[in-house]
Design a protein. Structure first.
Length: 112
């Protein structure tokens, strides 16, 4: 089974979730200052990994994210990033270089 590591960190208003496998690193960056709390992402997340934060308190001035992320449930599909109208969620996917070398070697072997 492929090993999957996940972690989450906070940088200013950004909540950054990462998923690493042997071949890729996916980064889901949620900038809660851009988020209007419209709940579209909560509705479309296929894993129910998102839920509303304390919206009433935020409306009264509390500095907190309108959307909370359950890192265990998230599968880094990128749907929230694709559908967020304000681009509060962004997803980046990086292929790891080691894999490119392996793929290159495999391709060379296949064409030899
Ligand atoms: S879709 Fe975007 S703006 Fe709407 S709640 Fe989700 S992150 Fe916030
Ligand atoms: S990346 Fe996919 S699974 Fe994770 S919170 Fe967004 S929509 Fe849900």
């Amino acid at each position: 089974m492929m090993e999957i590591e996940k972690e989450m960190e906070v940088e200013g208003s950004h909540i950054i979730a990462k998923q690493r496998t042997k071949t890729t690193e996916k980064v889901l960056d949620y900038d809660y200052k851009r988020c209007a709390g419209c709940s579209i992402c909560i509705a479309i997340c296929p894993k129910k990994a998102l839920q509303e934060g304390p919206l009433q308190e935020i409306a009264k001035g509390l500095d907190a994210p309108p959307v909370l992320i359950d890192l265990d449930a998230c599968v880094f599909c990128g749907m929230c990033a694709n559908f967020c109208p304000l681009k509060a969620f962004k997803m980046t996917v990086e292929e790891k270089p080691e894999m490119s070398v392996i793929e290159e070697t495999a391709a060379k072997a296949a064409s030899a």
